[in-house]
Design a protein around this ligand. Structure first.
Ligand code: ZN
Length: 84
C-alpha cells in the first residue's frame, strides 16, 4: 500500500516507529500501521483530510483489512495456545 503526497506527489509512508514495534510486537505494529499518520519525506506529517476522497476510501479499506488481519492473527495464536 502506498499513497501519494497531496502536496508534492511524492510517495508517503505510514508514520512508523521501530521502538513501538519492539515494545508492542507484531500486533502492536499492525495496529500502529493501521492508525498511524502519514509522513512525506519532503513535507513532513500529512493529515488524512489532505488526501483525496478516493485515497481516503482506499485507506479505510486498508485499515479494515489490517484490523481483520490482526484479529485473525490473535485468533490463530489463541487457537495454537489451546491445542498445545
Ligand atoms: Zn510531500
Amino acid at each position: 500500500m502506498s499513497y501519494k503526497c497531496p502536496r508534492c506527489g511524492e510517495p508517503v509512508h505510514r508514520g512508523y516507529s521501530r521502538g513501538a514495534q519492539m515494545t508492542a510486537g507484531l500486533i502492536g505494529a499492525a495496529f500502529y500501521a493501521a492508525f498511524g499518520s502519514f509522513v512525506c519525506k519532503k513535507c513532513g506529517k500529512i493529515a488524512k483530510e489532505e488526501f483525496s476522497p478516493e485515497e481516503r476510501r482506499k485507506m479505510t479499506n486498508g485499515t479494515i483489512l489490517l484490523v481483520i488481519g490482526g484479529l485473525a492473527l490473535i485468533g490463530l495464536v489463541i487457537w495454537l495456545w489451546t491445542i498445545s
